[in-house]
Design a protein around this ligand. Structure first.
Ligand SMILES: Cc1ncc(COP(=O)(O)O)c(C=O)c1O
Length: 410
């Protein structure tokens, strides 16, 4: 059964808002997503009736809050088919999840001269932490190049992985929409003796995710990109690796014991969850997972493939060579996130003009400056589609682009 985007959109209160009497065409979900009423309600209900400290207090209210918090962990684990709930670590966002892996796993494992393999289309969150470790330790960063249509060029992969300790790779590009062959990449990493880290930030919200089928070692993503609240991220990691890693942050909750001369760590997942977490938001994430699971992630992916196909058809039929859609032309190899260039208009100007028609797109470097440099641009405009977008939104984007042409006198 296909997804009914109109019925889905009706569940999102913000998308019912009108600005200057017109509806909002929200095409910035690769940046952050809107929340359905049931997620807002779940957080409000929890805050009004059940909010209390988790883990530390013996009274009933605290036990209820702890249960609600831990239920979210179970739901997230099932959502990505993690073998164990205690392998799911709640962080602040995907950025913190990736920093956790680099600061804890890589810093305790990699020595000067050891190599990590990244790709040219990584988000800064999967580049800068490695560069920080390189500056500290002298590790080597190796780069998988891209094909002209924005896919990974894997022709030199065995050589790049030769002797490498880690492969850290996006599952879906936030700029090009490219979906990478994660299972193949994890297998290649393992046969070279490297650990496989997946930046799944753009993938998990849009595709059925199975970390066991991937055979990954770590996966990082953010709640706010999957209709959940901001302030919560997830790191899933293999128990064996997490157990062997030193803690990331020190403080309350992550210890088994503290004495004047030292401390011992708590068991997973608490070992990596120092301090008071975003309790209400984690409960909200649990509701989000229910919401997406009820929609069905195969339906979500199917809807987005249909959207991607229509975006290509509508925009190229209407604007021909005046529009460049970056990234793969093969719909199977991409999501519905499109960076584009239009008639030489600067992306920031374009996004401002589109905003006059309530069409929200992102303009900028998308936290992927190395990729921008390779593409030979400083910035692009990006329209990213999700479960609440439909054909009307594609036409609204095309109409708004037409009005931009009028303003810039094309
Ligand atoms: C591919 C990718 N990785 C990591 C991140 C970082 O996510 P967050 O800002 O939620 O930490 C983003 C955010 O845009 C992203 O698109």
């Amino acid at each position: 059964m296909s997804l009914d985007a109109v019925a889905v959109r009706a569940q999102f209160p913000l998308l019912q808002r009108r600005i200057n009497g017109e509806r909002i065409v929200y095409l910035d979900s690769a940046n952050t997503t809107q929340k359905p009423q049931r997620v807002i309600d779940a957080m409000s209900r929890f805050a009004s009736t059940s909010y209390a400290p988790i883990n530390r207090s013996a009274y009933q209210l605290a036990a209820e809050a702890t249960d609600a918090f831990e239920q979210s962990r179970d739901k997230v684990a099932r959502f990505i088919n993690a073998p164990h709930s205690h392998e799911v670590i709640f962080t602040k966002n995907a950025t913190e999840s990736l920093n956790l892996v680099v600061s804890s796993w890589a810093r305790s494992t990699m020595r000067a001269g050891d190599a990590v393999v990244l790709s040219h289309m990584e988000h800064h969150a999967n580049i800068v932490p490695w560069q920080m470790l390189a500056a500290e330790r002298g590790i080597e960063l190796r780069w998988i190049p891209l094909t002209p249509d924005g896919q990974l060029d894997l022709s030199e992969l065995p050589a790049l992985l030769d002797g490498a300790k880690a492969l850290s790779i996006t599952a879906m590009s936030n700029v090009l929409g490219t979906i990478t062959p994660v299972t193949q990449l994890c297998a290649a990493a393992h046969s070279a003796g490297a650990v496989a880290i997946v930046d799944a930030c753009q993938y998990v919200p849009h595709n059925p995710t199975d970390v066991q089928a991937w055979d990954a070692d770590f996966a990082a993503f953010s709640s706010h990109k999957m209709c959940g609240p901001s302030g919560v991220g997830v790191l899933w990691g293999r128990e064996r690796l997490l157990d062997a890693m030193p803690p990331f942050l020190g403080g309350g909750n992550m210890i088994a014991d503290v004495r004047l001369d030292g401390f011992t760590c708590a068991a997973l997942p608490a070992k990596f969850e120092a301090g008071t977490p975003a309790i209400t938001e984690v409960v909200g994430l649990g509701e989000t997972v229910d919401f997406l699971s009820e929609l069905g992630m195969h339906q979500v992916r199917g809807h987005e493939m249909a959207m991607a196909e229509q975006v290509v058809t509508v925009l190229t039929e209407r604007f021909g060579d005046d529009i460049t859609l970056h990234g793969p032309t093969n719909i199977e190899a991409r999501g519905a996130t499109f960076s584009f260039s239009f008639r030489g208009i600067h992306p920031h100007d374009l996004s401002q003009v589109l905003d006059q028609r309530n069409v929200c797109v992102r303009a900028g470097h998308h936290c992927a400056k190395p990729l921008m440099r390779l593409m030979g641009v400083n910035a692009t405009a990006r329209a990213s589609f999700y479960i609440y977008n439909d054909t009307d939104d594609i036409h609204a984007l095309a109409d708004a682009l037409d009005s931009a042409s009028d303003i810039f006198a094309f």
